[in-house]
Design a protein around this ligand. Structure first.
Ligand code: 8YV
Length: 318
């Protein structure tokens, strides 16, 4: 009899991860297959576990090609690329990798804030272009310490960002669908009011349909010509067309972005603006954190193989 198989959709940065998988399952590394469709068709009845990631499309159409699928284990905390509701309706467990990446994502939120407010990217280009010492005086940035930070989505990553803000003597308020009862931070029921109050607005929500275009033109205009928006969540949370036009028009002061609507495609207008810092979705991309994420993926697979339950299940989606 063939061993139950794990269908792994993407290469992981750590070779030992694959060895760990092989302990319980036959490993099918889909990206190595000459014909991915044929590989899935040939092994569909053996595949018990699917290993994917927060940014690897895992739609219902793929899930339903695997009639014996019992668990989907994803690398990453976000799950908007996975049809979790459909999987759960089929009784398939879905796991992600929460918490292990909170520090790095929150660190990068501050890296983006400092880089945008103090114009670090622009300054680097200024020096590399031998402009220092020329008539082109480098422009002043804005102070970060003691300013007002609005956090959109005060979850585990949002709380890590709030802790860092206290180290910068910043005042923090937040917007969620509902106020939290376990934090002593100010709550704004209106996102527009939060944006009007804040000097800096940091987007830390989940992605997907529930938050699509949550930060719209009105919110961006309320943040205003001296305001800066930081996005370490998902590009879909901000109306990207409104973001570009308010940055170009000067209605919005600046943006520090790690995520975009159609990655890896970044709107060209953003690449020409000196009041914008643009990064290639690297918030969790450190050796330590990606290793911890990969380990947690395979801990989930191991746990499923030995107990029938994943360790970090995504909560049931109604
Ligand atoms: C990575 C992420 O892009 O965790 C997430 O939701 O977006 C990032 O950590 C993802 O994990 C792919 O490896």
């Amino acid at each position: 009899t063939t061993r139950p198989a794990v269908l792994q959709l993407l290469p992981f940065p750590f070779p030992d991860a694959a060895e760990r998988l092989a302990k319980h399952y036959e490993l099918i590394e889909l990206w190595k297959a000459a014909d991915a469709d044929a590989t899935i068709a040939a092994r569909q009845d053996d595949i018990a576990v699917l290993v994917t990631s927060a940014t690897t499309p895992t739609p219902a159409q793929l899930i339903d090609r695997l009639p014996k699928l019992q668990a989907i284990c994803s690398m990453g905390v976000g799950y908007d690329a996975i049809d979790v509701r459909h999987a759960q309706q089929r009784g398939i467990q879905v796991s992600n990798t929460p918490d292990v990446l909170n520090d790095c994502v929150a660190d990068l939120a501050f890296g983006l804030l400092l880089a945008t407010a103090r114009k670090l990217g622009h300054a680097e280009r200024y020096v590399r272009a031998n402009q220092w010492g020329s008539e082109a005086v480098f422009p002043l940035g804005v102070k970060v310490s003691h300013k007002k930070m609005g956090i959109v989505g005060l979850g585990r990553i949002g709380m890590a960002i709030a802790r860092r803000a206290s180290g910068f003597d910043m005042e923090v308020r937040y917007h969620n669908r509902r106020a939290r009862t376990d934090v002593d931070l100010g709550y704004e029921a209106s996102l527009t009011d939060l944006a009007s109050w804040a000097d800096f607005l940091v987007v830390a929500t989940v992605g997907g349909d529930s938050t699509r275009n949550l930060v719209n033109r009105e919110v961006l205009q309320a943040l205003g010509a001296k305001g800066i928006i930081i996005n370490i969540a998902r590009g879909s949370v901000i109306d990207e067309e409104a973001l570009v036009s308010t940055l170009v028009s000067g209605e919005l002061g600046g943006a520090g972005l790690d995520v975009y609507v159609d990655e890896p495609n970044v709107p060209d207008a953003l690449k020409t603006l000196d009041n914008v810092v643009i990064l290639p979705h690297i918030a969790s991309a450190t050796t330590e954190t990606r290793k911890a994420m990969a380990d947690l993926v395979f801990d989930n697979v191991d746990a499923y193989a030995t107990t029938g339950k994943v360790i970090t299940p995504i909560p049931a989606i109604a």
